[in-house]
Design a protein around this ligand. Structure first.
Ligand code: B12
Length: 212
């Protein structure tokens, strides 16, 4: 579909104003939000990642593409986060310390909200102590730790260790995710759940509270 290709191109070119016009036009033309997400936005940002990896893009292009993606997601958020699924549970999520990537986490948050979860999103660059304090004070069913850098995967492990040290580990189920994370790694660090993308992650989350 031409409009989806154009949206994808706007991400690749970091056009954060044009992308709003295009995304609004697609929604007005009744293109489903989920289709815009999967077949335009995610494809576009993946292409940006490829260009960066090949040395054809540098940090400024990554920043511009990330901003354009965030603007478009803000338009889709009210649609994707709306759902009539009955209440499932309380989910605490954040991107771990030293990591500022939040696009994938935000997509997961929208889908959780649209599937009956009450979500508290702490944002990015969250140290283990902050996760621990929230778990101690709150009554969350699941904690989600997002890490997009190989280096910050270790921060998820440190957060799980800090919860153990504080006697809080058994209070909550833990999910880990983000592009470099694997099931094998999740098992290694003692997480309860992992998924490679948001739709699969929503199913795993429900299964962790016996509501799959
Ligand atoms: C956009 C982007 C940025 C933007 C982020 C903007 C933002 N607001 O998020 C900016 C410009 C800030 C950025 C910075 C950097 N980035 Co960057 N970035 C990317 C890029 C291109 C896209 C990431 C993304 O949004 N993907 C799309 C989403 C939809 O996918 P996702 O995040 O994987 O999320 C899905 C799943 O993983 C899952 N999920 C996500 N979180 C969670 C959590 C849980 C609990 C669960 C269950 C599931 C789950 O659901 C999501 C939706 O389906 C990737 C390339 C790539 N291929 O990933 C590089 C990439 C992640 N970045 C990289 C690098 C190196 C950097 C920098 C170090 C660059 C630099 N020299 O400074 C900095 C680090 C800054 C920091 N301290 O964090 C590398 C990481 C390499 C590595 N393995 O360590 C990558 C892979 C690029 C590359 N190919 O080299 N980046």
């Amino acid at each position: 579909m031409a409009v989806l290709d154009e949206i994808s191109k706007a991400i690749i070119e970091g056009e954060d104003v044009k992308i709003l016009t295009l995304t609004k036009a697609a929604l007005d033309a009744s293109v489903p939000a989920k289709e815009i997400l999967d077949n335009a936005l995610v494809l576009g940002i993946q292409k940006v990642g490829d260009l960066f990896e090949r040395g054809e893009y540098f940090l400024p292009e990554l920043v511009m593409a990330g901003n354009a993606m965030t603007r478009a997601l803000e338009l889709l958020e009210p649609i994707l986060a709306k759902g009539d699924t009955p209440y499932v549970g309380k989910f605490l999520i954040g991107t771990v310390k030293d990591d500022v990537h939040d696009i994938g986490k935000n997509i997961f948050v929208m889908m959780l909200k649209g599937n009956g979860w009450k979500v508290t999103d702490l944002g990015v660059d969250i140290p283990p102590e902050e996760f621990c304090s929230m778990i101690e004070k709150g009554d969350f069913n699941v904690l989600g730790l997002s890490s997009l850098l190989t280096m910050t995967m270790a921060r998820s492990a440190e957060t799980i260790d800090a919860l153990k040290a504080g006697g809080l580990r058994d209070k909550v189920k833990i999910m880990v995710g983000g592009a470099p994370v694997t099931q094998q790694w999740a098992d290694k660090v003692g997480a309860d759940g992992y998924a490679a993308d948001a739709p699969a992650a929503v199913k795993v989350a429900a299964s962790l509270v016996g509501k799959s």
